[in-house]
Design a protein around this ligand. Structure first.
Ligand SMILES: [Cu+2]
Length: 293
């Protein structure tokens, strides 16, 4: 009886606490993300080098553009600093965000992650030169808690990087890339990137965020498995496709769902076989091995 009386007396408080808890659970958060435009030197798997630019989360140059993560509904507050000696741009696909940031300047950008997907952020100035030099990364939006992997595909022609970084115009009709990377790495270095290398168990649900931020088309072939496309930046054309080979045009992005049904080691590689090389050495390009237990 006493318990009932207490419950009755404080029921408004219980209801209020419950309501606040529910609100807290459903409220999206604000994410603060620092990005710096850094100029540096790309070191290939063959130890050759060429000039490169990247969006990093610190002042230190890293050939991997920062993978920015958000849940659906989150507000992303990006503080962008240009450490380079040239003006740069910043755009996010499918968002309307487009601005410039001067030399040594810092600017703030608000991006509300309204929908799940994989959205390329990039430097739109001097297109495609600035983004080709490296300035293109991924904003990956998902409220799912499953294992996620991130593959940012690029290819490079070393002498193009050298020319463009010196302000010399290049003829894109003569583009014949010699280095091919995922997250700024080639096989076998790529196997040490835990954000890219799939290590999972049979029955796991995996999400793989893939963006082609290079200039060439890339066609990823999964050995042993079919993946389901749950996001397609190209007017939803690939949505719900279930395939083992995924052609991606320049500046196209997808999200794939993969549920491995057998154990073993399975390669994923670009089906354009020149892309499985680095400076003509095989297999140092876009090539990774998934390990399923
Ligand atoms: Cu194959």
């Amino acid at each position: 009886m006493i318990v009932c009386n207490l419950l009755f007396r404080y029921r408004t408080s219980f209801i209020l606490i419950g309501f606040l808890w529910l609100c807290n659970e459903s409220f999206a958060t604000t994410i603060h993300q620092a990005l710096y435009i850094n100029r540096g030197t790309f070191v290939t798997v063959k130890s050759t080098t060429f000039p490169f630019l990247a969006f990093n989360e610190t002042n230190t140059f890293n050939a991997l553009n920062k993978v920015v993560l958000a849940s659906i509904g989150d507000s992303l507050q990006i503080t962008l600093t240009n450490n380079d000696t040239l003006i740069h741009g910043f755009s996010i696909q499918q968002s309307g965000v487009q601005l410039t940031v001067g030399v040594g300047q810092t600017t703030n950008i608000l991006y509300v992650a309204n929908a799940a997907g994989n959205f390329i952020y990039y430097d739109h100035l001097n297109a495609p030169d600035n983004r080709y030099l490296g300035l293109a990364g991924m904003i990956c939006v998902s409220s799912s808690t499953v294992q996620k992997y991130f593959w940012n595909l690029k290819e490079h022609q070393s002498d193009f990087n050298l020319s463009l970084s010196q302000g010399i115009t290049v003829n894109w009709n003569t583009y014949y890339p010699d280095y091919f990377t995922i997250n700024g790495k080639s096989f076998p270095d790529l196997q040490n990137d835990s954000t890219a290398k799939v290590t999972a168990h049979v029955g796991d649900t995996l999400l793989i965020f893939v963006a082609n931020t290079g200039q060439s088309m890339h066609s990823l072939h999964f050995h042993g498995f079919h993946a389901l496309c749950i996001f397609s930046s190209d007017a939803n054309k690939k949505l719900n496709w279930e395939k083992d080979t995924w052609p991606l045009k320049s500046m196209e992005s997808i999200v794939l769902e993969l549920i491995p049904d057998k154990t073993g080691k399975y390669s994923v590689h670009d089906h354009n076989l020149v892309a499985v090389t680095a400076g003509n050495t095989h297999p140092n390009g876009m090539f990774t091995i998934m390990e399923i237990q």
